[in-house]
Design a protein around this ligand. Structure first.
Ligand SMILES: Nc1ncnc2c1ncn2[C@@H]1O[C@H](COP(=O)(O)OP(=O)(O)OP(=O)(O)O)[C@@H](O)[C@H]1O
Ligand SMILES: [Mg+2]
Length: 245
């Protein structure tokens, strides 16, 4: 099984609110037709989720946020999800829409439900879930990121390869020179190195990716603007990106 995250950075233009990159989405999904393994997909919020969560000051920490914000973020994510689902259908693949509320209660994954995701994926369907605003309990809510969902699913289903599709070539040791880390080995070294300009988004992603690789699983960061790189990695031809192991 393959676990693939379509990052919000690649499926939308993060600089511009509510702007999907439809052609890029279609190109990536079209390439997935070449894959003959079962696939589970997670997608991020990009300029849908992040735009509203900033506007309503909603974060990953469970708190009593404005219900209006929760509602609008959820609605916005459904809209982006719809674009992704439509692209799968258009490409003659069979997406199976799976909002995170289907397998998360509070902030805990339901193991039984996650195991069911694998069965769905083995039945000719492609489960598709996404980062979202979720009810926590006791009037609290929070943002569950797509990256977090990746490690939740990886822990239970142990995919052969976990792929994060981004709008950059992989993890750079330096954002300015764009020096690519082809093989990532030590999280501590990365976080400590002062020359590294890592934003919240990327540093949290590295944390989740490291977590997954410490489960003994292979993780790969790849540029979705070069969709052949995704297929090459899946087929084991070459890894043009950042490999965690
Ligand atoms: N060291 C780094 N190497 C590569 N990219 C980095 C680095 N530091 C910061 N970035 C930025 O991180 C971005 C990717 O993280 P981001 O959270 O925005 O993407 P995403 O996870 O695809 O989106 P979403 O959270 O909406 O799903 C890149 O676009 C890049 O600008
Ligand atoms: Mg992110």
């Amino acid at each position: 099984m393959l676990l693939i995250k379509l990052g919000g950075s690649i499926i939308t233009n993060k600089e511009k609110p509510l702007s999907p990159r439809r052609r890029t989405i279609d190109r990536i999904i079209h390439r997935l037709k070449k894959v003959d393994e079962s696939i589970v997909v997670v997608h991020g919020g990009g300029s849908y989720g992040h735009y509203w969560s900033v506007k309503y000051d909603m974060h990953t920490k469970p708190k009593k946020y404005d219900p209006r914000g929760v509602s609008i973020i959820k609605n916005s994510m459904v809209e982006l999800n719809r674009i992704i689902l439509d692209s799968f259908l258009k490409n003659k693949l069979n997406p199976y829409c799976l909002p995170p509320t289907d397998f998360v209660i509070g902030n805990k994954p339901t193991i039984k439900k996650i195991k069911q995701i694998e069965k769905i994926a083995n039945a000719g369907l492609i489960p598709i879930t996404y980062g979202d605003a979720l009810w926590y309990g006791d009037k609290k809510s929070y943002i569950l990121s797509g990256d977090k969902i990746m490690s939740m699913i990886a822990r239970v289903l142990r995919p052969r390869l976990t792929i994060f599709v981004l709008n950059v070539d992989g993890l750079y040791s330096d954002l300015k020179t764009k020096k690519l880390i082809t093989e990532f080995k030590d999280e501590k070294l990365f976080i400590k190195k002062s020359s590294m300009d890592v934003t919240g988004g990327m540093s949290r992603k590295v944390t989740e990716a490291s977590k997954i690789s410490k489960m003994g699983l292979k993780v790969f960061f790849v540029n979705g603007n070069k969709p052949d790189r995704i297929v090459n990695a899946i087929k084991g031809k070459k890894f043009e990106g950042t490999l965690f192991r």
